[in-house]
Ligand binder design. Sequence first.
Ligand code: TMP
Length: 232
Amino acid sequence: MKLLKEGKAKKIFISEQKGFLIQYFKDDATAFNSKKKDSFEGKGILNNKITSSIFTYLNNNNIQTHFVKKINDREQLVKELNIIPLEVVMRNLTAGSFTTRLGQKRGEKISPPILEYYLKSDELNDPLINKSHILYLKLASKDELEDIENKTILINKLLSKFFNDLNIDLVDFKLEYGKLENDLILADEISPDNCRLWDKDTKQSLDKDLYRNNTGNILTAYNEVLKRIENV
Ligand code: TMP
């Protein structure tokens, strides 16, 4: 298989089927723009399973996603898109860079949830940008931005319900979108690597913050998330 590109946690291969790609989940974990880097045996398998379940749920709820099917432990068949180089972050509770940037307490409800855009650029360290910047940089049109906003609000509602049923608070998450002709389609992954997930009772993190902050074992936490998904 021919490698198309390699990211921090995934590789993308060209598929034999035209218009489709293979998304491969690695075991690598990084934080702080790769200043911290490690490998956790089996993380990729867990994230492939978790992402496959969540994208299937979204597909079944009329959200267009790139996910076609899980092929094996580490690979998914996905639609080939023109990826928009934006990280779309939605926040339901205060945490992470929101608390540090704005001097806010952690764990406060944000109502209505706050949507943020970051430019996907390792060189620039993914800066926070606004809609005017996005239009200036021609990353998306006004209509596309409206579409991104409406889809992200809908996805937040669906994901919040999904995790609520697992006794988990969806604190925040990051999405990436791509275009296929005129359609805006959800891409990338949704896993504990790019969501903050807190157990509702203990408020324990079940996500990559355990690795970012050296506060626990991510494999144990990701396994717990998968176990709850599979037991529904
Ligand atoms: P932040 O609080 O660090 O800005 O993160 C917000 C959300 O985005 C959180 O769920 C983690 C996720 N995220 C990524 O998926 N990739 C990244 O590079 C960063 C910084 C955050």
